[in-house]
Design a protein around this ligand. Structure first.
Ligand code: FEO
Length: 394
């Protein structure tokens, strides 16, 4: 798609990857993605903010050439991850006078990851500015959104924030801006869940800091731009807050039906008590949807049979993922069945060390569930109800 003007002298020059379906060989991309590079033409100098994934670098260069760009003075690198930085070597080959402008940590990472020689860099620090003539770029160091070297770039005269991954969405759309806010909200929440949630506390701090800046447009490095910045800022304030919802997330797997019978009974018990429950059959679920559900829920209950002496590998994967994403859940528990013993419970609970959760007594049964087991599930549902009431969630 050809470059598009955002404001006088400022262009979206990015690339759509409509059919990409997996990121980091891990994250499903049901809506594809974009790599948003931006060209800023000042009266004296021209800067390119970020580049594109190397598989799309030729399209990026074509966009710049179609704009008639004969010289680039600066390539701003907000983030060293290759979906934004991978095209920089090609840009430097095409525009040999360009220097890479970034912070010290990102410089080191770009030298390591892309073998860019040291003499190509100009190093900037927090609040430093780069004059382009009638436009001025300011740099805001914002570690851990998504890697430790991340920075944001702010165009002072045009009041545009270029926050790289922050506020982005894996959503390939022909809309330049977030016109369909319901669709963008879902995509941005999924993106937050998968990419940003582990850094919730850092993002809270960065959101406070951004209050110093007058922002007319937010131009992230994935997905549509925001010309109504409060839409995405309010969403991030909500997702990163400490508030949780009256919800139980229930990732489960069953081999011969015993754990599934427990899950079905438990779902009904929770519903009867007025608790929202979101079950995820781990043999079928899109892990992105599980991640989204983890953003707001008060409680996580993992349901697994015992395989050999431990949890089912699908439950191990889901537990590992939940622990890595660090959702703000307050409570956790485990339900499941075994045939002759094992260490399933110990192994699952030992994988939750990143979560600040209180463990509610689990329900682990022998064989197919019996009347006493259903009573135990009722007790667990009641325990959760009381905990949610203590948090005034219902
Ligand atoms: Fe879109 Fe962390 O890269």
């Amino acid at each position: 798609m050809a470059a598009r003007e955002i404001k006088s002298g400022i262009y979206w020059a990015g690339v759509h990857h409509w059919d990409r379906r997996l990121f980091d060989e891990l994250i499903p991309l049901p809506d594809g993605t974009t790599y948003n590079a931006y060209l800023v033409k000042g009266s004296e100098k021209t800067a390119l903010i970020d580049s594109a994934d190397p598989v799309k670098e030729d399209e990026l260069i074509a966009n710049l050439q179609n704009l008639g760009i004969e010289r680039i003075d600066y390539v701003i690198s907000n983030h060293a991850e290759q979906d934004h930085s991978g095209g920089i070597p090609k840009v430097l080959t095409t525009y040999p006078d360009a220097k890479v402008v970034t912070n010290p940590k990102c410089k080191t990472m770009l030298m390591d990851l892309l073998l860019i020689p040291e003499q190509k860099f100009i190093v900037v620090n927090d609040k430093d500015t780069l004059p382009l003539g009638d436009k001025t770029l300011e740099f805001i160091i914002a570690p851990w959104v998504h890697w430790p070297e991340t920075m944001l770039t702010y165009s002072r005269e045009d009041e545009i924030l270029f926050p790289c991954d922050l506020f982005g969405s894996h959503l390939a759309t022909s809309d330049l801006y977030a016109v369909d806010e319901a669709r963008v909200y879902e995509a941005a929440k999924r993106y937050y869940a998968e990419i940003m949630m582990p850094f919730r506390n850092n993002i809270q701090k960065h959101l406070k800091r951004l209050q110093e800046y007058k922002i007319e447009i937010i131009a992230p490095s994935h997905g549509p731009l925001h010309n109504r910045p409060d839409f995405i800022l309010d969403a991030y304030r909500d997702w990163t807050s400490d508030n949780v919802k009256n919800e139980v997330i229930l990732p489960y797997v069953s081999m011969h039906g015993s754990t599934e019978k427990m899950v079905k009974y438990f779902i009904e018990a929770l519903i009867q008590k007025g608790i929202t429950v979101k079950p995820f059959n781990l043999t079928k679920t899109d892990i992105g949807e599980l991640a989204v559900a983890l953003v707001d829920a008060a409680t996580i209950v993992i349901a697994t049979p015992t395989v050999l002496v431990g949890p089912h590998p699908a439950a191990v994967y889901a537990t590992y993922l939940a622990n890595a994403l660090r959702p703000k859940a307050k409570y956790a528990s485990v339900i499941g069945s075994y045939s002759w013993g094992g260490k399933m419970l110990d192994q699952i609970t030992s994988m939750l060390g990143n979560l600040k959760v209180e463990l509610i007594p689990p329900v682990i049964i022998k064989g197919y569930p019996k009347t006493s087991d259903f009573k135990a599930l009722e007790r667990l549902a009641e325990d959760i109800l009381q905990k949610h009431k203590e948090l005034k969630l219902l």
